[in-house]
Design a protein around this ligand. Structure first.
Ligand code: GLP
Length: 286
């Protein structure tokens, strides 16, 4: 696992969008795994901007979302299908037929989950899976005690998740109590995982997920087993990590991230230092 700590939420978001864009440019037929939640809104806004300003091309890629609320039709404003259509799919040149989410109003959920897993395999598996993290450490909607070998299935949502996501609904009672989610095993099968967490409210769970013992009580700890996982954090979300200096050292020495460092403008001295330099040059300060 690589842990990338950047100063602000917008720089962390930009980094994630650039990693996705780089993979998409390398392999336009990429199968991309997508996530939802407030954190991802800024990632999709940045990808839309890259599509408009840098001609980032989505025409050949396929996407699979992690999850969907059980019982919500695609047209419902709180469905993840609606979220994805609004924030990404209708803003870029993706073929809607190549975008996949579990069907929230399927007549037979067991058959729908099996169909979703089969569809992922038919597309050659997921190359790059974008992930957020819930306050209880869930990935997708893999609530505590989700088996690490679990596949796409219906999951009862925990009270923590209801509290976290209910404010997005017109009234808390309207939030479904169940969701269809890729399993932890489905996620571990993705070739590469890219998790983004920002803000101080994620600091405690990020520390437990990255540095705590691997346990099915916190689904995100399963990523410690993943052979190609990058976790991108802002300073606030990294606030409770013990090994920050080590992660910064690895980031600074990891050639894979040269593309990002090279794109950064050369650091300018802080304004106060510039003023002090001018004062020294003018002989007013020693
Ligand atoms: C939902 C999604 C998760 C996501 C989480 C984070 O619960 N099912 O996949 O990780 O939201 O949400 P936020 O970014 O709003 O904190």
């Amino acid at each position: 696992m690589d842990v990338v700590i950047l100063s602000r939420a917008d720089t962390a978001t930009d980094f994630v969008a650039r990693v996705i864009a780089r993979e998409l440019r390398r392999a336009p037929q990429l199968t991309l795994g997508l996530a939802t939640g407030r954190t991802m809104e800024a990632v999709y806004a940045r990808l839309v901007q890259m599509h408009r300003e840098e001609a980032l091309d989505f025409s050949a890629c396929h996407t699979f979302n992690l999850d969907e609320y059980a019982g919500l039709p695609a047209s419902h404003p709180n469905s993840y299908r609606h979220y994805m259509n609004q924030l990404l799919f209708q803003q870029v040149n993706i073929d809607l037929a190549n975008t996949h989410l579990p069907e929230g109003v399927a007549a037979d959920f067991t058959a729908e989950c099996a169909r979703y897993e089969a569809e992922i395999i038919r597309c050659g598996g997921i190359d790059l899976q974008l992930l957020g993290i819930g306050n209880n450490g869930h990935l997708g909607f893999n609530e505590p005690l989700s088996a690490f070998h679990s596949r796409t299935r219906v999951q009862v949502l925990s009270p923590t998740t209801l509290a976290q996501n209910a404010p997005q609904f017109a009234s808390p009672e309207q939030m479904p109590r169940r969701a269809i989610t890729m399993g932890v095993g489905t996620i571990l099968d993705c070739r590469r995982c890219l998790l983004l967490a920002t803000g101080p409210e994620k600091a405690a769970i990020v520390a437990r997920a990255l540095e705590g013992p691997v346990t099915s009580m916190i689904s995100a700890t399963a990523l410690q087993w993943h052979p190609a996982c990058t976790v991108v954090l802002d300073k606030a979300a990294a606030g409770q990590l013990k090994e920050k200096e080590f992660y910064r050292w690895v980031f600074a020495n990891q050639p894979e991230w040269n593309f990002y460092r090279e794109a950064l403008p050369a650091a300018k001295p802080a304004p106060r230092k510039q003023a002090a330099k001018r004062a020294v040059a003018a002989g007013r300060l020693k």
